[in-house]
Design a protein around this ligand. Structure first.
Ligand code: UDP
Length: 247
């Protein structure tokens, strides 16, 4: 990796300058963090699994007409993407109550919502990613109304689609987090695309039959078996985890 120019190192990924203008490489690490960096660890092989799950999800979403930043997977841990300007929001969709929603409202985890919820958090580690209402987003000009509506529309479509995909392999999609970015159209304009990743690091998946958690909650809550859970999600999605080119 030494020949590539590093742009940014995040908690689970490193971003490098891509080989062509306006491209970046996402490198998926095995590092895992939780509770805003208070808990740190590694999940062996997680980067490879998340790279491949993200590839599959991004390709299927593109087939559905959802624009994404994804271009191609380059290796076990790397994928080539369009460079985008990330909108500093975490767009969260919920189908069933879990995590921070259960805590905030004192509701037991597992309550199925009458209809899905889409909510936003401000992407700011120092502030602990606080929940941010839509009127605050617009008043603070974090994005404009058109972008806000588009993010909600895309998230609703992504939720419907992915819920079906995961239900088909015996997994209930409880909630997930997305990030969107602005992609320049070459002239003055830009349009919104899905960016970042989709993996068990940023969604919750519960096995329909056993109720077992098959996502990062295994790490967050010290349940053990996180490697096996991530591998099982990949296996059910039909992803091969044979190592191709591990450095
Ligand atoms: N999530 C994420 N990154 C964050 C916060 C949440 O990927 O910084 C994901 C999390 O994995 C879950 C969903 O968003 O699938 C909802 O998370 P929640 O608000 O319940 O927060 P948490 O329980 O992680 O504090």
């Amino acid at each position: 990796m030494s020949d590539k120019e590093m742009l940014y190192e995040g908690k689970a990924k490193i971003l490098y300058k891509g080989p062509k203008p306006n491209t970046i490489i996402q490198y998926f690490k095995d590092d895992a963090t939780a509770f805003n960096n208070v808990k740190k660890g590694t999940i062996a092989g997680k980067g490879i699994i998340n790279n491949k799950i993200t590839e599959l999800v991004m390709i299927r979403l593109a087939q559905l007409g959802i624009p994404t930043h994804f271009l191609e997977r380059m290796s076990d841990r790397e994928q080539l993407c369009h460079e985008v300007e990330i909108i500093p929001l975490e767009v969260i969709a919920r189908n069933t109550v879990a995590g921070s929603m259960a805590k905030t409202f004192g509701i037991e985890e597992g309550l199925r919502l009458r209809r899905p919820i889409i909510e936003f958090s401000l992407k700011d580690d120092d502030l602990g990613d606080p929940l941010i209402p839509e009127n605050h987003i617009l008043a603070l000009e974090i994005c404009d109304q058109e972008e806000l509506i588009e993010m909600m529309d895309m998230t609703a479509k992504i939720n419907d689609f992915l819920r079906g995909i995961f239900a088909g392999i015996g997994l209930e999609l409880i909630d997930f987090k997305l990030e969107f970015g602005r992609l320049s159209d070459g002239d003055e304009g830009h349009f919104l695309v899905l960016a970042d990743e989709f993996s068990p690091d940023n969604c919750r998946l519960w096995d329909f039959e056993t109720g077992e958690k098959m996502d990062k909650d295994r790490f967050r809550r010290d349940l053990g078996g996180e490697v096996e859970a991530y591998q099982e999600v990949a296996r059910r999605l039909g992803i091969s985890l044979e190592v191709e080119d591990e450095e």
